[in-house]
Design a protein around this ligand. Structure first.
Ligand SMILES: [Fe+2]
Ligand SMILES: [Fe+2]
Length: 294
């Protein structure tokens, strides 16, 4: 990944990052003392003005108030880069607004569809792993790379539906996209565990096949089971198996630049500030420490 070496200039240890969606200044103040980067999900801070979707100014002001103390990255939800007809131009307008206000270090999205034929799915569906889908998503990645001046990363989502006939393996499809476009990956360790539980993904084989040099960011989260299905609802701290797997990946991913703990805003009341902050301290001491120890 020569592009990423040039872009990042070789940070010695991955940064610690977490999500923050605004409206909780006490939490924000504690987070900036613990993390190096804050993840902004543009779709989660949307308001409207004269019928137009905009980023809520009061939340942008919160990010601005800490931008001299932490770096900022963007992680989108609603671009729908995999939709066959068109992606979501409203999301691109939000991203334009964010880039106009802040120097983001990189931005990322999900390799998924959230809108099909104009209808919102209310969830994310993984893309078919075909040559046609590879061509489609690669064209859109290359356009994003032209539009925005920082690296772009793609994150694999959990597979909700049974596997369709495919021309690529899960890791092979990601490898094909990154080698063709030069984009990086967000490797979500909890998503891998969901796919292992729900669909029988063999994680060691997946990691052996995946080009780990393309992994720039790693996501950690905890979720719940519903009727036997492991859900990617980020409502708890990271379980031990996820941390163990993350430690292995840190040792094997030479261009990893950030480890991000994700939780939903709706889970903050459930978890409490102390648990979120304690989790960040634990991840720095365990997962990030792997990069120092090798
Ligand atoms: Fe994500
Ligand atoms: Fe994630």
């Amino acid at each position: 990944m020569p592009g990423f070496e040039a872009a990042f200039g070789g940070w010695p240890v991955p940064a610690l990052a977490t999500t923050y969606e605004g409206g909780d200044p006490a939490l924000l103040e504690r987070l900036v003392q613990l993390v190096d980067l804050l993840e902004i999900a543009p779709d989660t801070i949307v308001g409207s003005e004269r019928g137009q979707y905009i980023l809520r100014p009061e939340v942008l002001d919160e990010y601005a108030s800490v931008s001299s103390r932490v770096g900022l990255i963007a992680h989108g939800i609603g671009l729908s880069i995999g939709s066959f007809d068109q992606w979501n131009h409203d999301y691109l307008r939000l991203l334009d607004e964010l880039f106009a206000r802040f120097d983001l270090q990189w931005h990322s999205e999900h390799l998924a569809c959230t809108v099909v034929a104009g209808e919102s799915l209310g969830t994310m569906l993984s893309m078919p792993r075909t040559q046609e889908a590879l061509d489609l998503v690669s064209r859109r990645v290359e356009l994003l790379q032209k539009l925005y001046p920082v690296p772009f990363l793609l994150e694999h989502v959990i597979q909700l539906l049974p596997d369709a006939p495919a021309e690529f393996t899960p890791a092979g499809f990601l490898n094909a996209i990154t080698s063709r476009t030069g984009c990086g990956l967000v490797l979500d360790v909890y998503n891998l565990e969901c796919d292992a539980h729900n669909q029988g993904l063999h994680i060691p084989a997946f990691l052996d096949e995946l080009n780990l040099a393309a992994v720039v960011e790693m996501h950690l989260a905890g979720g719940v089971q519903y009727e036997g299905f492991q859900l990617d609802i980020h409502s708890s701290i990271t379980r031990e198996s996820t941390v163990t797997l993350a430690c292995e990946i840190v040792r094997r991913a030479p261009n990893l630049r950030a480890v991000t703990f994700e939780y939903l805003k709706e889970a903050v009341g459930l978890l409490g500030h102390d648990a979120i902050c304690g989790e960040l301290q634990r991840l720095r001491q365990t997962v990030l420490r792997q990069a120092v120890l090798q």
